[in-house]
Design a protein around this ligand. Structure first.
Ligand code: ADP
Ligand code: MG
Length: 394
């Protein structure tokens, strides 16, 4: 995964097409509610401006499904980016065609242009060759800094690389370094903590990481399927019946390799998954009929901490419980506090997990908070991504 980056190439005076991930959330009033993704691209954009490149930025926003949707225009993003950069950002209301071409060819060294939402054209997600060629025609060099979209082989992440010299941006580089280290050379012992809703989303990653870690700790909705696969009764808990076999195979692999897959000793159960209901802690062997698991219990939290104590690397994906409901958030919050406080290298990935650590204001205390959701999981599953493969090797 040693890929060329913008550091390895000369960009002065060149038109550089940068695929960024500006898929930011908006409120009803059309205001950006979280500009983390825009900020994450600043190092690359500022570096290119500083070296006198002519910067052409492109992103998707939302799911317009191949149509122009006014609420999904990138104009507000251009305005926010201009604020953050403290300089003008030119905006073109299409990403191909005459308006995009004119705007791109009028650029001077150090200028920044933001193209309109790539997904206004259905050909983007289809990875249509002629659409890719039209995007490529705007520029001399291609840079992929959209780590969060690199698991998709789209025109702006894959097709375009067939036409231009293609390198990684600085955010992409940072993600590949941090996650690549987990795959190839983690400081040991190395623990993975996996939770979240579904085994089916995570099974590929769990299987791959099981071969690379020293211990796996399981929480969240996943735990119920694993407990059930061990033959325990889990009442009304979320269980993926079609994943029981997979869960058994993972536990058998753990037996063979000697890498423990640790399940909660105790759990918090409730009769309904909603705020204000009565919840209580029971042994994992004692989940009452009519109740479901909503969080890991206090003994499990302590047990997991004792397992993590000696670890030099901790990777976490997936909440330990239904953390959106404060009553059921203890396991997740305690784990985040632990990760923030540990001296070990720490990596957090996954949409909900990242939201949770940001909500607690502790993201700065984590070694690496990944900007990819699906991309992060897929990289940890397969060791590479289509949008990464497509870039030039170092
Ligand atoms: P991430 O986005 O970090 O990869 P997931 O998307 O896999 O995480 O899972 C997040 C969701 O899992 C949250 O909405 C949370 O409420 C849910 N969840 C966690 N534990 C449980 C549980 N025991 N039962 C049902 N849902 C759970
Ligand atoms: Mg998620």
């Amino acid at each position: 995964m040693q890929k060329k980056t913008i550091r390895d190439i000369d960009v002065t005076g060149k038109k550089v097409f940068v695929r960024v991930d500006f898929n930011v959330p908006f409120n009803e009033a059309g205001q950006i509610t979280d500009d983390t993704r825009i900020r994450a691209a600043l190092p690359t954009v500022e570096d290119l401006i500083g070296r006198g490149a002519r910067v052409i930025l492109a992103s998707h926003l939302g799911r317009p499904k191949g149509r122009v949707v006014d609420d999904m225009r990138l104009k507000p993003v251009a305005d926010r980016l201009a604020e953050l950069l403290g300089s003008t950002v030119i905006y073109a209301d299409d990403c191909i065609g005459p308006r995009a071409e004119e705007a791109a060819s009028a650029l001077n060294d150090g200028d920044v242009l933001l193209l309109e939402n790539l997904r206004f054209h259905a050909d983007e997600e289809k990875n249509d060759p002629s659409f890719s060629a039209q995007l490529a025609a705007l520029a001399d060099i291609y840079v992929n800094d959209a780590f969060g979209t690199a698991h998709r082989a789209h025109a702006s992440t894959e097709g375009i690389t067939h036409h231009l010299p293609s390198v990684a941006g600085l955010l992409m580089e940072k993600e590949l370094q941090a996650l690549g280290e987990l795959l190839t050379s983690p400081s040991r012992p190395f623990a993975c903590v996996f939770g979240g809703a579904k085994v089916s989303d995570k099974v590929g990653m769990i299987r791959n990481m099981l071969q690379r870690v020293d211990i796996v700790l399981v929480g969240g909705g996943l735990a119920a399927t694993f407990l059930k696969a061990r033959g325990l009764d889990v009442g009304e808990s979320l269980v993926e019946t079609e994943m029981l076999e997979e869960a058994r195979a993972i536990m058998a692999e753990s037996e063979r390799s000697g890498v423990p897959v640790v399940l909660p000793i105790d759990v918090l159960v409730a009769q309904q998954v909603k705020p204000g209901v009565r919840a209580r802690v029971v042994q994992s062997t004692n989940v009452p009929a009519g109740s479901g698991i909503v969080d890991i219990g206090p003994k499990s939290i302590e047990h997991y901490f004792s397992k993590l104590e000696s670890c030099k690397t901790v990777m976490w994906n997936g909440p330990m419980g239904v953390y959106e409901i404060p009553q059921f958030s203890m396991g997740t919050r305690c784990l985040i506090n632990y990760i923030a406080a540990t001296d070990a290298r720490s990596v957090i990935g996954g949409g909900s997990s990242v939201d949770a650590v940001q909500e607690m204001g502790l993201a700065d205390l984590v070694t690496h908070v990944s900007t990819g959701g699906g991309a992060t999981l897929e990289l940890l599953e397969r060791g590479t991504l289509p949008g990464v493969e497509a870039l030039e090797d170092l």
